[in-house]
Design a protein around this ligand. Sequence first.
Ligand code: SF4
Ligand code: SF4
Length: 346
Amino acid sequence: MDNEIYRLPRERLDSLIERLARDYRVVGPVKQGATWMWTDVRPGMPLALDYPTTMLPPRQFFAPMRETLFRYHRGDDGRFAFEEPAGERPFALLGVHGCDLTALRVLRAFHESSCRDRLVPGRLDRSFVMGLACWTPCLPESFCRDMGSLESESPASLYVWDIGGVLLVKVQTARGREIMRDVGALDAATPDELVALRKRLRTRPEAFPAQLQFAPEKLATSLKAAESDILWEATADRCLSCGRCNLVCPTCTCFDVGDQASLSGGDGTRTRSWTGCQVPGFSRVAGGHDFRPGRAQQLRYRIFRKGKYMPERYGMVGCTGCGRCATHCPTHISIREIFLQVGRAP
Ligand code: SF4
Ligand code: SF4
């Protein structure tokens, strides 16, 4: 493994951005006011590799908040013609944390299996991702180590450890090697740098104390046992149904599809946009029937989706422990607290 680790002096980051910009739209975390946001980056811009996560997750680049799926037009012969939007420039994401790398795998699993979508997997295939190791939790609510996402290095082409003076980069794909070669960064890490890296990796768990005290694999069983628990009513009493937890979550995948048609019905655009299970009306179907009408049922569904349904369907827990939902919930409803409560049950 050590042979695959190269040095990228910090001042070469600009060369990396410049090289990637030839083929990709390059985005990375940049500080804006008191927060950090995924932003288009150019050489010379301060890429915040020490950022403590962003409010909106990287899924925004692969499954955009709102996108046109196709336009349609009915010709004189009554037949419809369909036109797909022009191809976009693929993304290069720099500095994706383990929790968000894990979430990209969940995103792919959902779009490849549940809805057999071409667009999102296509964007993921064409993208370039540089992962970034964390040394401290991003947020007080983060519990990524418990959820197994702290050490996640896939699907990154390059994976970076910032050890201070220099960035150590693990090359994980042929494309990653090609990019590193083009920026002249194929000097192997020195023995001292590798010793420093191993030491930091050895002591890293101390910065991420266990918060759940049980393996995430146990969640599905624990949740099943808590299906009719009073916990849902009690917690949902504080829920405002604002949907923020859905918006900021890197593994939320729900979308709405709508047509904007001309009055004649002959022309139109079909769009897809984010929605969420905590938003009123999400589960309302034809005839006005709502199969999850109350906040307790909505909250229970979100937690079950993450901890039970996604593992059962995709073989992956649907929560990375990033801590965004609790951090941005106006009433501080914490999925970690809920997991803890259901996991404590015998
Ligand atoms: S962010 Fe909090 S209040 Fe808003 S819907 Fe989610 S759990 Fe409810
Ligand atoms: S449920 Fe909350 S903690 Fe889990 S991945 Fe989504 S935002 Fe992060």
